[in-house]
Design a binder for this molecule. Structure first.
Ligand code: P5A
Ligand code: ZN
Length: 482
């Protein structure tokens, strides 16, 4: 029986080895599929993914309707929006044959669905009464990424692309929607206990076809930033291209004003990377497929063990009835092997019951996040579990936030040393020349102009001179980035 870890996992020292090992050992994703940038969800990983997306769905469903558009986009539609296709043409997978017959019209696998959805918006939207229109879908999209592909992070098949598309009567309404989308994504990442900075992307690196783009970035354990969400104000550009007009109250025909915003399974990568430790995953209770595992402490079969198992099973039933996602591990493995497995899978709380606990009518709680042990009377188990899961959720969030903000720096000089690990705000003007120059010189990416929200940040000096050209500049966040 092989129950000891093969190699020690070291998240801080070698994040990329840690990450790949965790995906395998915790059974999140199988990377052995023989297509580059394309992976298989294990059942456990898929459960985690679904719990995370259930939160996203419930937030979206308040003001959006879920739909499903086709995967295939006719070449003609995809090519219509000039800016958009300029940004995407090198990333598109094409379907050009049906069997051995050349297709008359080549079909693209959606890299994102603007050009699939907006021709339909044209026929759906007639009058001001049809606005605002707010839809979303959770689908797979395909991007022929040429940079180094990585499970959950840089995929050629994004399996869990949540894209929202909205249309409004005027620009003010569309801008209001951008704000709402920012608030919605904040709630989402707050529930996952994922810290973030929000930036306005530089003009020269915004979403193709957008007027401006806003991004959420988090920080990975190797000190690199990862973009986990974007929100785009599209204005009238797509409406003009796809001729999406509505009849206003006064009878005049007007173009709609649009927004779109998206999230991919990078949010799952963030949960794994931000919270985990050298023993494996640490899952926020809100999204843990198993929130509590019950482990009977029995070393030989027969005799008293029957009673321990009986108590364990009764507890399992009680917790399940109380709505807790609980698992009773009565497998034949030794307790040590069980600890290893469930720690690896990030189960927030383990309850151990042995003969000694039985005598005192109690059990032992072991927290995954800090390893602490508490003796709990059997009669209090349900309320103690609920309380402990809440505590774990807030401790995880607090720890993640502390780590995150300890790695955000303000720099008046060149950012290369600090940006080796973390996000640095520097003064940089808006020009593409200076942006690219800084990226080149310091080996970083420009995330964008800092959108300060918190009290502490508001006090910071936000105006200065560009570190490349010395012209007037604002603070922008830069970092090495995924
Ligand atoms: C918004 C939704 C869009 O595609 N169209 C509809 C807009 N924006 S985006 O910035 O290009 O993508 C949204 C988010 O998806 C993630 N992402 C990826 N995740 C995994 N693998 C990829 N190859 C990949 N490309 C983009 C990013 O988090 C991005 O912010
Ligand atoms: Zn400059």
């Amino acid at each position: 029986m092989n129950m000891q870890p093969k190699t020690l996992l070291q998240k801080e020292n070698n994040f990329s080895v840690w990450y790949n090992e965790i995906l395998k050992r915790a059974e999140i994703l199988d990377v052995r599929y023989p297509v580059k940038g394309v992976y298989v969800w294990y059942p456990y990983g898929y459960k985690l993914r679904n719990l995370i997306y259930a939160i996203l769905r419930s937030l979206m469903d308040k003001e959006h309707e879920e739909t499903l558009f086709p995967l295939l986009i006719p070449k003609e539609e995809l090519m219509k929006e000039r800016e958009h296709i300029k940004g995407f043409e090198e990333e598109v997978f094409w379907v050009t044959k049906g069997g051995s017959t050349e297709l008359d019209i080549p079909l693209a696998l959606r890299p994102t669905s603007e050009t699939a959805i907006y021709p339909v918006f044209k026929v759906w939207i007639r009058s001001h009464r049809d606005l605002p229109l707010r839809i979303y879908q959770i689908v797979n999209t395909f991007r022929y990424e040429t940079r180094h592909t990585r499970p959950l992070i840089r995929l050629r098949e994004i399996t869990s692309f949540k894209e929202a598309h909205t249309a409004h009567a005027n620009r003010a309404d569309a801008e209001e929607q951008v704000k709402k989308a920012v608030a919605l994504y904040k709630s989402f990442f707050d529930e996952l206990a994922i810290p973030y900075v929000i930036t306005r992307r530089p003009e020269w690196d915004k979403f193709p076809g957008a007027e401006y783009s806003i991004a959420f970035d988090t920080l990975m354990p190797d000190g690199k930033a990862m973009q986990i969400a974007t929100i785009h104000l599209l204005g009238e550009s797509f409406a003009r291209t796809f001729d999406i007009k509505y009849e206003d109250k006064d009878g005049s025909l007007k173009y709609v004003n649009q927004t779109c915003y998206g999230i991919s399974e990078r949010c799952v990568a963030a949960v794994i990377a931000v919270h985990g430790d050298d023993h494996g995953l640490i899952l926020p209770p809100g999204v843990a497929p198993i929130q509590v595992v019950i482990v009977p402490i029995v070393y030989s079969s027969g005799g008293k063990n029957g009673e321990v198992e009986k108590v364990c099973f009764a507890m399992y039933e009680t917790l399940k009835k109380a709505g807790i996602r609980v698992f009773f591990d009565n497998s034949g493995d030794r307790p040590g092997a069980k600890y290893y497995r469930w720690e690896m899978k990030g189960v927030p709380l383990r309850i151990e019951i042995g003969p000694r606990d039985m005598r005192s009518n109690s059990c032992e709680f072991v927290r995954r996040d800090d390893g602490s042990r508490t003796q709990v009377p059997l009669v209090d188990v349900v309320s103690a579990v609920k309380r402990t899961l809440n505590e774990i959720q807030s401790c995880i969030a607090k720890r993640a936030k502390e780590t995150f903000f300890a790695n955000i720096y303000k720099s008046e000089e060149e950012p290369s040393t600090k940006a080796a690990h973390g996000i640095v705000s520097i003064f940089l003007c808006k020009s593409e020349r200076c942006g690219r120059e800084a990226e080149e010189r310091f080996g970083i990416s420009v995330l964008g102009e800092a959108i300060y929200e918190d009290e502490d940040a508001r006090g910071r000096k936000n105006e200065g001179t560009c570190m490349i050209c010395s012209r007037k500049a604002k603070r922008v966040y830069v970092a090495r980035a995924y």
